[in-house]
Design a protein around this ligand. Structure first.
Ligand SMILES: C[S@@+](CC[C@H](N)C(=O)[O-])C[C@H]1O[C@@H](n2cnc3c(N)ncnc32)[C@H](O)[C@@H]1O
Length: 210
């Protein structure tokens, strides 16, 4: 089965996510600014980078290497066009994280915002073991009864995602990260206009803490 994200036009995704009633693109961009600034890291890998939302906050004086990973090559092409100012720093990797995680390089900080929902804990664990980050910061979505995609004129573009989406319990995420050797958990909650909520979970490697 082809990953359904490959069939979703970036313009539909971004138009939906930036609707006033959804406001996830804007919220995720400001969350990413904090994710970049919260730790002492020289390299960062963003899983599920989509159209590069948040990359506008990359400080070239601080980050020597930024990896953007996504399964959709047309999204990555657009990221390259939008962020030519990051030439020499930004490296885009087209990979299906459920199968091709062994192609990923190492990075100090691993960011996974609204991504674990589509690959699950086991695959995310494989990615973490491969990338060996000192720090991890993830955003997951707390859904209300109306479903994981909010009502909008673009709703049907996302129909195919039902087959791969699962809700992520933040406590289970912490258990998964603890088993992978991470601790020092810090959480933030970001309420959205439609009653949903984004939950950010940060942690650090036990090896870094020693
Ligand atoms: C909800 S979006 C992520 C939101 C994004 N971080 C933002 O700030 O807008 C999920 C992204 O993960 C990518 N993705 C989903 N499954 C994937 C997989 N198996 N491997 C790599 N990327 C995947 C999708 O193509 C999409 O760009």
């Amino acid at each position: 089965m082809q990953n359904p994200w490959k069939d979703i036009p970036l313009s539909d995704y971004e138009s939906h996510m930036s609707l006033d009633t959804v406001a996830q693109l804007q919220t995720l961009s400001s969350v990413m600014k904090h994710q970049f600034e919260a730790v002492d890291a020289e390299s960062v890998m963003i899983l599920g980078v989509a159209g590069g939302n948040g990359l506008e906050h990359i400080d070239r004086a601080r980050y020597k290497k930024v990896f953007g990973v996504d399964v959709n090559s047309s999204y990555l092409e657009e990221v390259g066009n939008r962020f030519s100012s990051l030439d020499g720093v930004l490296e885009l990797i087209c990979a299906d994280l459920t199968a091709e995680y062994d192609r990923l390089p190492q990075a100090d900080l691993l960011i996974a915002d609204l991504l674990i929902e589509y690959i699950g804990f086991e695959c995310f664990g494989n990615v973490v073991k491969q990338v060996c980050p000192k720090y991890i910061s993830c955003v997951t979505q707390y859904d209300t009864g109306e479903g994981f995609v909010s009502d909008s004129p673009y709703l049907h573009s996302f129909d195919g995602l039902d087959s791969i989406h699962r809700s992520i319990d933040p406590d289970k995420l912490k258990e998964c990260l603890t088993a992978l050797g991470y601790s020092g958990f810090h959480s933030e909650r970001y309420p959205l206009p439609n009653g949903k909520m984004l939950i950010r979970t940060d942690c650090g490697s036990n090896d870094t803490a020693k």
